[in-house]
Design a protein around this ligand. Structure first.
Ligand code: NAD
Length: 454
């Protein structure tokens, strides 16, 4: 059945709730990326009719042809969803036929490292003319506290032609739509927790919106965690990511000290992890990557300035983590120096360019900075990554490199492990290479003079 055959005109929270419970509510998800597409599939599995909206017509075309562009989502899942009632579109007119619209668009930083809310604003402006009473609009994109109320709601209210307002206070019917924020908490590549087992935090603009968002997510997640407002939900997500960012910076700094002192930080972390309380392990690496940890904390430090507040932990963590790719390059220089070689003119093979192991996501990957910096200092750089046959152009890089096969490793002056994908046979890599610089402790347990940990 297609969404066009259902044209509900709900006006009250009660009616929408009944449709959610009966699985007859039409769900629309804006942004068919790493967050939006899996979410669409989850709703589809639970028998909801789902429309995926995206401005990227290639993605729309791919989904409607049953194709996947995300490595860990098999085409069989997309085809199964299509057979149920999933389709993709770039026509915002379909919003009028939806009961729920969930926004999962990007929230990057601009070139001044300030929040770039253009995708959220563009989405709000595009859906506003098609809003109707009784719909639920949920923002999932990670952002600073206040975005839902200060940015999203005013655009939805000013852009709709029927004079609808967001439901506030005790309002639960009439000329209103409902608004909530619910952060995405997915950890790509983490197979230990099923997505539906990750509790879903929800904060509605008013009690009716909270109740609807709870009912909605309660139908696909095993547990929902209601909080008192959209701002509390927005801040929850930022706390989680800042906690990671700051602790990774701490352990990165302690790694630099440990290297200088001749102590193996990995051994130390393993030993500290045996404490049954009060310690959670974080691991050092070549720098932060992904859409979240390198970006989200700066949403809060930017917002904090509005309150005459300097978020110092965030800035300090950012400083330490941003310096890590340069530390890795310096370590390659030092390791080559041991063999009386200069980086300039040396052949360096970078292993792993994804921002973390076993995923196909390049965004903000430290490997990109490392490759650029190695090239800038005169190295001939090659890369291998099972997930990327080619690295072309991104927001901040333009490498235009093709993957080099993982063979004849002896030809490289240095093999640099940036991302510790599970597919690699590290023993073989070490035995065939002249020199291995390891930024991830991927070669743990292998004894060889050729290995330099950094
Ligand atoms: N990827 C993750 O692991 C993760 C985890 C938690 C939270 N988040 C947050 O979720 C949000 C989305 O992240 P993502 O990783 O899915 O991003 P993504 O880049 O993979 O996908 C975003 C999609 O939105 C589309 N889009 C952009 N502007 C649009 C518009 N105006 N209308 C319709 N579609 C539009 C893009 O074409 C793209 O397909 C971000 O705020 C991110 O911080 C991501």
């Amino acid at each position: 059945m297609s969404t066009t055959s259902r044209a509900p005109s709900l006006t009250s929270a009660k009616e929408l709730r009944a449709r959610i419970e009966a699985r007859t509510a039409n769900i629309g998800i804006v942004g068919m990326g790493y967050v939006g597409l899996p979410l669409a599939l989850l709703f589809s599995e639970q028998k909801f009719a789902v429309t995926g909206l995206d401005i990227d017509s290639e993605k729309v075309k791919a989904l409607n042809a049953g194709k996947s562009y995300i490595y860990r989502i098999p085409e069989t899942e997309i085809n199964a969803a299509r057979a149920r009632d999933f389709s993709a579109s770039n026509d915002y007119g379909s919003v009028a036929k939806l009961d729920v619209v969930i926004i999962c668009v990007p929230t990057p930083l601009n070139e001044h490292r300030e929040p770039d809310l253009v995708p959220i604003e563009a989405t709000a402006k595009a859906i506003a003319p098609h809003l109707r009473a009784g719909q639920l609009i949920v923002l999932e994109s990670t952002t600073y506290p206040g975005t839902t109320e200060e940015v999203l709601v005013p655009l939805l209210e000013s852009g709709n032609t029927s004079g609808l307002c967001a439901a506030r206070d005790g309002s639960d019917s009439g000329d209103v739509f409902f608004v909530a924020f619910s952060p995405e908490r997915e950890d790509p590549g983490n197979e230990t927790v099923a997505r539906r087992d990750i509790p879903k935090v929800v904060g509605g603009l008013n009690p009716a919106a909270s109740e609807l968002a709870n009912a909605l997510y309660g139908s696909i997640f095993n547990r929902t965690v209601p909080v008192s407002s959209p701002a509390a939900a927005e801040m929850t997500k930022l706390l989680e990511n800042i906690y990671r960012c700051v602790n990774i910076a701490l352990v990165n700094e302690l790694k630099l000290l440990s290297l200088r002192m001749g102590i193996d930080i990995w051994e130390v972390i393993q030993a500290a992890s045996t404490k049954p309380f009060g310690f959670h392990p974080f691991y050092p690496g070549p720098g932060l990557g992904g859409h979240c940890i390198p970006v989200d904390p700066f949403y809060l430090s930017w917002k904090a300035k509005e309150w005459d507040f300097q978020a110092r932990f965030i800035e300090l963590a950012g400083e330490i983590n941003t310096a890590m790719p340069y530390h890795v390059v310096d370590s390659v220089v030092a390791a080559l120096n041991r063999g009386r070689k200069a980086l300039h003119g040396s052949k360096v093979l970078v292993l792993g360019v994804a921002y973390k192991k076993d995923i196909d996501d390049l965004r903000e990957s430290p490997a990109l900075t490392i490759i650029e910096e190695l090239q800038r200092r005169g190295a001939a750089v090659f890369y291998n990554d099972p997930y990327f046959p080619r690295v072309g152009r991104g927001r901040k890089y333009n490498l235009q490199m093709d993957r080099t096969p993982l063979e004849n490793l002896g030809q490289y002056d240095c093999v640099l492990i940036v991302t510790d994908h599970s597919d690699y046979d590290y023993k073989k890599i070490v035995s065939e290479s002249q020199l291995v610089v390891d930024s991830r402790n991927a070669t743990r347990g292998i004894k060889s003079e050729k290995i330099v940990h950094c």
